[in-house]
Ligand binder design. Structure first.
Ligand code: HEC
Ligand code: HEC
Ligand code: HEC
Ligand code: HEC
Ligand code: HEC
Ligand code: HEC
Ligand code: HEC
Ligand code: HEC
Ligand code: HEC
Ligand code: HEC
Length: 358
């Protein structure tokens, strides 16, 4: 039985007994009843404070993005995630809304659609997550992450809060709890150094992999998109790469040709002047040889980022490109004029077709 405003009057003995609190007495929670001398007790009971027994979760929730000062939809209640108060199950039980396999759906009640609780628009995070390799892996192994592995359960903070595991600077450590190798390789890179130095454009894991729609990296579609991704920050390198043989061929969707990470590595990226770089002068030939096994020192004359507009560094290429452009323009001008004259002549002849003299 439920009152008009939704508050329960009837407590189902069996489901209460089966809940995690089944061994408690009613008055352990409804403490004001312990002070009632006579029954029936007053109709309104004092609200139950879960914090009396669970101070840590309550304190965490209080300072979180879901707490009194956080959420636009008002503070969350314990029941928002744990369900009806007389039926709370331990998180280890599969059917609990806070179990590892259910939690994405529980959070998704508010973070699933385009509108977050409180009517404010929010990203459809749970939908993105559902498509990810992480969500797929979760059906096989509980080693895969769900929302709470990256955001915690009670003290969930905004990504702009420096103490949040989802804050840019903490993301490598958050992902690194499972992807230790990538964290280590990335940790020594020029990108990690830039992140540490507070560079506003420094990439960390989710700059390249997204936060929620994590995709397998072996697919050609993802690998081609990764080239564009590097190019969002390295515009010139992308443009000169596009002009190169490798770039022209990948633009056609052919992935076995060298992409950025085939020459520079994906996580352990260093400046060219750094001896650890895969394209440092001493390592460059070996890098090319992974795909061009018979390449010799001469092969390195090929410039992966040849900038045909750079007269200082590459005069031969500069003049060759100018020559080619002039030649091309000349050829087009010649054939353009030729075609035009031809057209005029065709027209003159065809209008003369009805001519009895023709
Ligand atoms: C784990 C703590 C807990 C235990 C144990 C518990 N309750 Fe509750 N009960 C709550 C909470 C939380 C509410 C929701 C209203 C609130 O927040 O005070 C509630 C609401 C109720 C209400 C509706 C009260 C109102 O004003 O809306 C009744 C009736 C009730 N409980 C009866 C019982 C009975 C009977 C038992 C013992 C079989 C029991 N409860 C055991 C936590 C508990
Ligand atoms: C945003 C969703 C959410 C809210 C709100 C929430 N919890 Fe939880 N809670 C979880 C999840 C998920 C777990 C299981 C994962 C874990 O153990 O961290 C959990 C676990 C727990 C646990 C068992 C593990 C532990 O930390 O001791 C307790 C006790 C608990 N919650 C109490 C509460 C109380 C009390 C409130 C209200 C003050 C509350 N929770 C509010 C999501 C939530
Ligand atoms: C009178 C003390 C008391 C109050 C009040 C109380 N609980 Fe509990 N709670 C317990 C005890 C005892 C356990 C069982 C711990 C165990 O078995 O390990 C428990 C277990 C839990 C668990 C499961 C922890 C796990 O291992 O996954 C959750 C979730 C939980 N309580 C949430 C709540 C919520 C939400 C409220 C408020 C509606 C509440 N509790 C109020 C004493 C209390
Ligand atoms: C693998 C780790 C990971 C998992 C799993 C994860 N998140 Fe996130 N989440 C992040 C990171 C990192 C950010 C910060 C993204 C950024 O900086 O753009 C974030 C951002 C957010 C934001 C802020 C909005 C936004 O996009 O900027 C919300 C809300 C959110 N996550 C909710 C969830 C929910 C709900 C789930 C489960 C359905 C979830 N997250 C699963 C890592 C994760
Ligand atoms: C009852 C609705 C509701 C539920 C359930 C809920 N949230 Fe939220 N969440 C909100 C609201 C409202 C905000 C604050 C939005 C705002 O003000 O921008 C928020 C904020 C957040 C943020 C901070 C986003 C940022 O700006 O960086 C994260 C992360 C987040 N929630 C994750 C979770 C996770 C993980 C769960 C499940 C364990 C969860 N939420 C469950 C409503 C909910
Ligand atoms: C709780 C452990 C855990 C956490 C935390 C975690 N992951 Fe994963 N991740 C996995 C598992 C498990 C897989 C699936 C591996 C498989 O199916 O082969 C995976 C797969 C991936 C893949 C696809 C790998 C491939 O084979 O192409 C990427 C990329 C990835 N995670 C990135 C991240 C990033 C970025 C973060 C942090 C925002 C993160 N992960 C956090 C466990 C985790
Ligand atoms: C600058 C972009 C970039 C950053 C930053 C980045 N990754 Fe990657 N990641 C890639 C690319 C590209 C691949 C594909 C590698 C390949 O095909 O050789 C990849 C592959 C992966 C894989 C699949 C296994 C593997 O190593 O090939 C995982 C897991 C992964 N990254 C996790 C992470 C984690 C965790 C972080 C943060 C510590 C991170 N990545 C940072 C671009 C990046
Ligand atoms: C979100 C922006 C961003 C993305 C995406 C990004 N980078 Fe970077 N990259 C940087 C920043 C910032 C630096 C450090 C520049 C500095 O310190 O002057 C850097 C440095 C480098 C360097 C060393 C160049 C130098 O001048 O020191 C190389 C090589 C490099 N990145 C390659 C890549 C590759 C390959 C990818 C894609 C897998 C990539 N980057 C993705 C921002 C980005
Ligand atoms: C075929 C191998 C190869 C490919 C593919 C490649 N690069 Fe390079 N990259 C090099 C070499 C060799 C150098 C150093 C010589 C030079 O500057 O021309 C370099 C230089 C750079 C530099 C300047 C580093 C510095 O320290 O000055 C950046 C940034 C860069 N590449 C980013 C990229 C990006 C982004 C892509 C993909 C769009 C890419 N590279 C594709 C081999 C490659
Ligand atoms: C990921 C593999 C891969 C890497 C690494 C790679 N290439 Fe290539 N490259 C190819 C493929 C595939 C082709 C097109 C097929 C062919 O002609 O062999 C190609 C074509 C070329 C061509 C034009 C065709 C030819 O054989 O003359 C040149 C020049 C070239 N690469 C130079 C380089 C140089 C220099 C490096 C190192 C800085 C390099 N490549 C690294 C895969 C790669």
């Amino acid at each position: 039985m439920v009152r008009a405003d939704g508050r329960p009057v009837v407590v189902h003995a069996e489901s209460f007994a089966a809940s995690i609190h089944g061994s408690l007495g009613c008055i352990d929670c409804h403490v004001d009843l312990a002070r009632v001398a006579d029954f029936p007790h007053p109709e309104r009971l004092a609200p139950v404070t879960c914090a009396t027994c669970h101070d840590e979760p309550a304190a965490g929730l209080g300072r979180s993005a879901h707490g009194p000062t956080g959420g636009a939809g008002g503070p969350l209640q314990c029941a928002s995630c744990h369900g009806p108060p007389h039926q709370i199950a331990p998180s280890s039980a599969f059917e609990s809304p806070t179990s590892k396999l259910q939690v994405a759906r529980t959070c998704g009640q508010c973070h699933g659609g385009v509108v977050a609780a409180g009517g404010r628009p929010g990203p459809a995070v749970a939908g993105l997550f559902a498509d990810s390799i992480h969500a797929i892996a979760l059906t096989r192994t509980t080693v895969a992450p769900t929302c709470t592995d990256c955001h915690r359960s009670h003290d969930i903070l905004r990504k702009t809060d420096p103490a949040s595991p989802a804050h840019a600077r903490n993301i490598p450590a958050t992902c690194g709890t499972c992807h230790a190798d990538q964290r280590r390789l990335y940790g020594g890179s020029v990108h990690a150094a830039a992140l540490g130095a507070g560079h506003p454009l420094a990439p960390q894991c989710v700059s390249c992999h997204t936060a929620h729609r994590m995709a397998p990296t072996a697919g050609s579609q993802w690998q081609l998109a990764a080239v564009e991704q590097c190019g969002t920050c390295h515009r010139e390198a992308l443009a000169t790469y596009r002009d190169s043989f490798h770039g022209q061929v990948t633009a056609l969707g052919f992935t076995p040709v060298a992409k950025c990470v085939d020459c520079h590595a994906s996580h352990e990226i260093f400046p060219v002047a750094d001896a650890r770089s895969t394209v440092a002068p001493a390592n460059r030939l070996a890098t090319c040889q992974t795909c061009h096994p018979s390449a010799t020192q001469n092969f390195l004359a090929f410039q992966p980022h040849a900038n045909k507009n750079d007269r200082e560094r590459l005069p031969a290429l500069y003049y060759a490109a100018r020559f080619m452009n002039t030649l091309l323009a000349g050829v087009f001008a010649f054939f353009g004029a030729h075609t035009l004259l031809w057209f005029v002549r065709e027209r003159a002849e065809s209008t003369g077709e009805g001519d009895p003299r023709g």
